[in-house]
Design a binder for this molecule. Sequence first.
Ligand SMILES: Nc1nc2c(ncn2[C@@H]2O[C@H](COP(=O)(O)OP(=O)(O)O)[C@@H](O)[C@H]2O)c(=O)[nH]1
Ligand SMILES: [Mg+2]
Length: 298
Amino acid sequence: MGFFSKIAEALKKTKENFSKKLYALFSGRALDDDFYDELEAILIGADVGVTAAEQIIEEFRDSCYREKIKTPEQGRDLLKRIMTESIDYEIQPYSYPLVILVAGVNGVGKTTAIGKLAKYFTKKGKSVVLAAADTFRAAAAEQLEVWAQRAGVRIIKHEEGSDPAAVVYDAIASAKAKNTDVVLIDTAGRLQNKKNLMNELAKINKVVGREYPDCDYRTYIVIDATTGQNALSQVEAFDEIIDMDGIILNKLDGTAKGGVVFAISAERELPVVFVGVGEGIDDLEEFDAGAFIDALFE
Ligand SMILES: Nc1nc2c(ncn2[C@@H]2O[C@H](COP(=O)(O)OP(=O)(O)O)[C@@H](O)[C@H]2O)c(=O)[nH]1
Ligand SMILES: [Mg+2]
């Protein structure tokens, strides 16, 4: 399945909240105040968020006037274009050696995403090593090891409770020694202990900068789409700890809250880089704004 069909499948529930109502809205209605109120309600109902909904509608109103939009079809196309533009970021292609740090609260799917990313890069012919820097629970490294086996990649892990930054140090040393293209860093996500988490991530960040200054370094925060607007405060909290480069939006399958993509763009100006659409190793897709919108409006 390509991005479009996987996304269309994953967005099924979001669409129920969205595309049918939009379709009805655009069917033979005047673009009056009631129309805009209803449009705002539909956007907010799909978890687009108030800020993003207001921005989209303002832009839509202005453009309708400017472009002399008359028919519902023209209006629908215009809305599609505006919504696409609001989430369409240019993402710098990866260069190698590459290090990706994956952060986020417990249970959002960090470890799963690392497993999927390992497969993603090996499919591109890249060599990969995983750094099991969630040393908080022994089970975390074991879980990552299962993913390493599935993807057929190496893993560096230490004892439970050991220093996560030391794991990252070793993984980088190993990548240098073996000319490995990609280092993927799994981390713990205990937000209830914010100070520890902050120190830990900051320390890992420093080790990467010091030991691998020439690598392409990306920091991704993973969020769970089913949490909707709550994910925003997680993005904010992690973005304050280390400057995040992008978002992995997990569990898009089975949620009606796919509109959170727009909220993140409007509030944080962070691109969604990948989406998780299931629990399997191939259930990760590069985010494509145009295909996402097509699937949403379909
Ligand atoms: N439906 C669905 N489940 C997912 C997805 N990504 C992860 N999960 C599930 O979410 C749960 C937590 O994942 P895990 O990777 O352990 O989260 P972590 O605590 O952030 O490392 C597991 O049961 C995963 O199978 C996804 O894209 N879709
Ligand atoms: Mg984990």
